[in-house]
Design a protein around this ligand. Structure first.
Ligand SMILES: *Cc1c(COP(=O)(O)O)cnc(C)c1O
Length: 387
């Protein structure tokens, strides 16, 4: 072989006996075939085979298998973000004339997707009260193909009664999708409560280090895999093995991170509930929370993300006061090592269940710092708002 060819054709080395605990990053567009017949037959390799990088590598398949096991599903698909997981969970199952019912407390970009894209293709988009199944019952009909849930809801954190909702949806022939980003499959398993599809923003807790965007959708029934796989392939959606590898690494510490964050959240909540400028802390693990009994029944734990509502008239002071924070960073997303705060407006994103409190919820995501530094920061914030 001549030098230029040596540069291109890489020798294979022995891999037998090399058993690392980390997962290899397999980068590939082309997958080579032994024979022309193998190449011609590549379409018959099935969902677990390899034919082209777009359809998966051992790295992405490993992360998918881990999620499938934790969600107790049949198969998982990775997509470039949590938002992509939500849109791809709906698209394969909708056509013009169909109807989707979406929880009023849904992640706002899902609302935008439904109102701006689904409507454009002749799909009827209707919102339902996340905590009143009779509202869903009244709005569902034979044209309804998807009932979309998110529990707890974004920012206002309503807990949904998933077994009751899936029962209503299935009686009318609709599929149920549920965004599980807040709880992660460690704390909530929607597929075991009747949901057909569960989505995760892996960007948040599961990757856990604020440095990668990725999402997943897992189906309960193998029958749903073909439509999703076809849409992903036709739309050319795939994820990088480097990103999947970052998520696989973060995943290993998910349990200890969630534990530290949820403990820290409870300490901060205690301090905030005692402050007379705080109207209410929103967190389903509090016995005073309206969602507590359903949360207790269906969830295995809580995460470290919660909301704070201030007394009427104080919310104008909240955003400027955030500048006193030393340990918390100000920013969107959550579930990373660094604690975050973000002032979230609510009213513009509610059309069914009105939000009557002040139109600002301070979302707090507890990270992995020492809890005392976070308490000190929150003390300083409360003092600045009260000043
Ligand atoms: C952040 C978030 C997403 C989206 O995740 P990205 O990876 O940032 O697109 C989806 N659902 C919920 C509930 C979220 O909080």
């Amino acid at each position: 072989m001549k030098d230029l060819t040596h540069c291109v054709v890489t020798p294979s080395v022995k891999t037998e006996g090399f058993v690392p605990l980390g997962i290899g990053v397999h980068r590939a567009s082309t997958i080579a075939f032994q024979t022309a017949e193998d190449y011609a037959d590549r379409g018959k390799r099935g969902p677990d085979g390899y034919s082209y990088g777009l359809y998966g590598t051992p790295t992405t398949r490993t992360l998918e298998a881990k999620l499938t096991a934790l969600e107790k599903g049949a198969r998982t698909f990775l997509v470039p973000s949590g938002q992509a997981a939500n849109t791809i969970a709906m698209l394969p199952f909708l056509k013009a004339g169909d109807k989707v019912l979406i929880a009023d407390s849904v992640y706002p970009p899902v609302r935008d997707f439904a109102n701006m894209e689904l409507v454009r293709f002749g799909i009827e988009v209707v919102y339902y009260d996340p905590v009143d199944p009779s509202d869903l019952e009244a709005k569902i009909n034979a044209r309804t193909k998807i009932v979309w849930c998110e529990s707890p809801g974004s920012t206002t954190m309503e807990i949904q009664d998933l077994p009751t909702i899936t029962d209503i949806a299935h009686r009318h022939g609709a599929l149920v999708g549920c965004d599980n980003t807040w709880a992660t499959p460690l704390n909530y398993k929607p597929l075991t409560l009747g949901a057909d599809i569960v989505t995760e923003g892996l960007t948040k807790y599961i990757s856990g280090h604020s440095d990668v965007l990725l999402g997943s959708l897992t189906v309960r029934d193998e029958k749903l895999t073909a439509p999703i796989r076809s849409v992903l392939g036709r739309m050319g959606i795939s994820v990088s093995p480097d990103d999947a590898s970052l998520v696989l690494r973060g995943f290993e510490t998910l349990g200890v991170r969630m534990n530290h964050a949820s403990q820290g959240a409870l300490q901060l909540i205690e301090r905030m509930q005692a402050a007379d400028i705080v109207e209410r802390v929103i967190h389903p693990a509090l016995p005073t929370d309206p969602g507590y009994s359903v949360w207790k029944r269906d969830f295995h734990g809580a995460s470290g993300v919660f909301g704070v509502v201030f007394k009427q008239g104080l919310s104008d002071r909240v955003s400027p006061a955030l500048n006193v924070l030393k340990t918390f960073a100000i920013g969107a997303s959550w579930g990373g090592t660094r604690s975050l705060v973000a002032p979230m407006p609510v009213k513009a994103y509610r059309t069914v269940r009105r939000w009557d409190a002040d139109d600002l919820v301070l979302r707090i995501s507890v990270g992995l710092e020492d809890h005392q530094d976070l308490v000190d920061d929150i003390e300083a914030l409360l003092a600045e708002i009260s000043r």
